[in-house]
Design a protein around this ligand. Structure first.
Ligand SMILES: Cc1cc2nc3c(=O)[nH]c(=O)nc-3n(C[C@H](O)[C@H](O)[C@H](O)COP(=O)(O)O)c2cc1C
Length: 185
């Protein structure tokens, strides 16, 4: 059974659901999937003991950036990924990718340019919509919530519910990403 490692970074949990869905599809396709939130994972060396033939790396985006732990992991293990000829998939989850135009822009700015800078050559890249949580239970915090509200009000007036959760994750695109990655393995 082929093994795939799916490592992701999240600040507020939105990317967790995306990673879970990708893992579910790959498991249904007969792969053994190790799925880890890198915030709670240290044993990166294990992935490069030649057992994993595929790696998927993903992150939520904040102010244009992947999470620090994901960035550090990629920088530290870039050589292993390239040398061991591991099939690589990369994705982000972010606010920009809430419509077709935004998906193209986010995929280029946050994934393709990032991968190129780090000398990585993924077989598939994607940008999925994320979550803006303006509800009372939001983990964004008062200040971030206020800043975000003023940005979305200005950039996309009327598109957001400014008192509730806005979830732009497109499950069809997410499943499709997982299926295409499986076909490349
Ligand atoms: C403080 C803050 C800054 C953000 N900055 C960006 C950004 O620069 N570009 C973008 O497309 N989305 C941005 N977003 C939207 C997030 O990418 C989106 O909420 C995503 O679902 C976060 O994923 P996570 O919950 O896994 O961390 C931002 C969200 C917050 C709360």
């Amino acid at each position: 059974m082929k093994k795939i490692a799916l490592l992701y970074g999240t600040r507020f949990g939105g990317t967790t659901g995306i990673a879970d869905k990708i893992a579910e599809v790959l498991t249904q396709r007969g792969f053994e999937v190790l799925i880890e939130n890198v915030n709670n994972f240290e044993d990166f060396k294990k992935i490069f003991e030649k057992e994993y033939t595929g790696i998927i790396l993903g992150s939520g985006i904040q102010v244009g950036e992947w999470t620090t732990k994901m960035k550090n992991f990629i920088k530290n293990y870039q050589k292993n990924i390239v040398k061991q000829d591991i099939k690589l998939g990369m994705f982000v989850s972010c606010g920009t990718a809430q419509n077709n135009e935004g998906i193209i822009k986010a995929c280029k700015d946050y994934v393709d340019v990032f991968a190129q800078k780090l000398g990585l050559d993924p077989v598939i890249t994607a940008a999925f919509g994320g979550i803006y949580d303006f509800s009372k239970k939001s983990k964004h915090g008062t200040i971030k919530k206020k800043i975000l509200k003023s940005i979305v009000k200005k950039e996309t007036p009327g598109k957001f519910d400014l008192d509730n959760i806005n979830d732009f994750r497109n499950w069809y695109d997410i499943v499709s990403f997982a299926e295409t990655f499986a076909e490349n393995m």
